[in-house]
Design a protein around this ligand. Sequence first.
Ligand code: AMP
Length: 604
Amino acid sequence: MNPFSTLGIRHDIVNAITDLGFETPTPIQEQSIPVLLSGSNDFVGLAQTGTGKTAAFGLPLLELIDFTKNYPQALILCPTRELCLQITSDLNNYAKNLNDVHVVAVYGGASISDQLRQIKRGVQIVVATPGRMLDIINRKAINFSEVRYVVLDEADEMLNMGFQEDIDHILSTTPDDKKTWLFSATMPAEVRRIAKNYMTDPVELTMGKQNTGNVNIDHEYYVIRARDKYAAFKRIVDFNPEIFGIVFCRTKIETQEIAEALIKDGYNADSLHGDLSQQQRDKVMKRYRDRNLQLLIATDVAARGIDVNDVTHVINYSLPDELENYTHRSGRTARAGKSGVSISIINSKELGKIRQIERTIGKKFTKVDVPNGFDVCEKQLFAMVHRVHQVEVNEAQMESYIQRIMDEFAEMDKEEIIKRFASLEFNRFLDYYKNAPDLNAPVGDDRGDRGERGERTERFSRGSSSRGDYTRLFINLGSVDDFTRGDMLGFICNNAKISGKSVGKIDLKGVYTFFEVENDVAEAVQQNFKSVDFNGRTVRIELAGERDGGGSRERSGGFRREGGSRERSSGGYRDFSGKRRDESRGDRSGAGRTGGDRERRKRY
Ligand code: AMP
C-alpha cells in the first residue's frame, strides 16, 4: 500500500501526488498528517522551509474540507506573494483529480478585482498574504464565519515583516472554534505569543532540532580582504560552473550593484529587491525558475518565500544583520531532500559572526580557500568537456556541414582534434586567470578593512607618500580613461611586473589615480613604468607626495577636473561606484570575459 494511503490520504489525491514524484512522505508529513487529519487539534509545527510543509497541511486540508459547499472553510496566511502562489498551485496540483475544488490566491501587487471576482464565484480555500486579505475583509467582500481551519505558514517571517496587527485583525474575523495550524522555522517570542493567544493546547511537533539548518546543507566560509570580495565571489562562481544560485546582499543598492557588475562581466545574473515593481519581480522570478537565469541576487525581504527546487548554492555576499535570517537564506537550497551549499564570503573581522551562527544552527562551518586561477581553469575545462560529451547534436542541421568539417580535419587524428577544441576554451580561461592573485586573507589580517576605512579617513591626509609598509604613488590615468580599479590593478601589475599582493589601496580618480605599493617594490614600479604608454599617451608615475601636497588639491581642483559633479555632489554614488569598481574587476588581469560565460548563458 502507498505510504500516503496508509497515513489516511484518499486514492485520488495519492495518485495526483505520485504524479508529482511524492513517493514517500517526508518526516514532517509523516508526523503531522495523522494529527491534522483528525481535524480536532490546534497545531504548531517547527519546521524549516523545503521540508514538505505545504503537503503536510495541504493534504489534510483537502481531506477535511467539504467541496460540495461553496464558501470559505480554510484560510492560509503566508508572508509573500511568491509563497502564496506556490501554495495555491501546490494545492491545485494535489487536488487535480477532485471535483469542485476552488482555491483562490489573494495577494498584493495584482488586480484586486480579479481576486474579488473569484471570491464571489465561490471558494473553499483562501491562500493570502495579510495586507491584501485585510483589504478585502475591510471591503466586506468575504465572509469567514464558516472557516474551520486557519494555517499560518512561515509565521516567523510574517511577524518579521510586520504583519502582526494584520494577522490579529484577520483572525478576529474567523470563528472562535476554528482550528489553527501554525508553521514556523524559528520560534521567537512573538510566534509563541500567537500560539498562546490563538490556540488551545496545540499539538507541537519539532522537525529536527529547533533552529537547526537543514542537515543536507554544507556551510562554508571564505576569508578574504574586504576589497577582494567581488573578485573572490566571481572566482567561487567560476569554480562552480554548474552553479544555480541565490546571492544575498544586505541592501537593495548592493543587490543592484552586484547584479549590474556581474552582468557587465558576462554572467547570467539579475537582481530581486523591494524597489522593483511586482511585474519586474515576476519577470525576474520567472526567468530564475525557468533556469534562464543562473544567479539571482536578492535582499532578504525580496527572497522570502522563494521556493525554487535545485538551487545548488546560497551565497552570503554579505552576512545578514539578523543572524536568524541566515537560516532563512540557507534554507533556499537543499530543498526536497536534495543537498546544497551555503557559502559566506567574509573578512577576518566577521569570524565572530560565523561562530555565532554556528552556535545558533548547531552546525559547524568549513573554512574553504578561494581557489587559485589554475584550479578554476581546470574546473572549467572539465565542465566544458562534460558539456561537449552531453551536447545534443542536431543531425539534420549538421548534415550539410559535416563533410566540409571532416575535410578540414582530415589530416588530424582524434587526440589532436580534441586538444584543439578543448584549447579553444581553455586558452581563454588560462589567459584570463594567468595573473590571478591569491585572494585568501590570512585570518587575523585586516588589511582589507583598513583599506576600506582608509578610503574615508585618508582622503584628507595624503600628503605623505609613505604609510607604514606602503608607498603611495600617482599615475596620470583614471576613470575617464575607462579604468576601473580592477583594470588599474591589472595594468599596474602587468607593467610593473609585480604581484597583485604587493598593491594596496587604489584610489581611482577622474584623470589620475593614487595607488599604494609595498615599499620594497615602489622603486621597481617607477622604473618599469618609465617606457610605458597608454593609447599613445606617456604614462607618468610619481610619488604621491610630489603631486599632492594634501587634501586641498583634491577637494578643489581634482574633482572639478574630472567633471565629476556627480561624484562630488553625491557621496553615496562615489562610495558606491568606487567600491563596486574596486571589487568588480579585481582579478580580471585586463582580460575580457571568456567564452565560458557565453556557454553558460546558452545553457541557462
Ligand atoms: P515545501 O516545504 O512544502 O515547500 O516543499 C519543498 C519541496 O519538496 C517542494 O518542491 C515539494 O514539491 C517537494 N516535496 C514535498 N513533499 C514531498 C515528498 N513527499 N516527496 C518528494 N518531494 C516532496
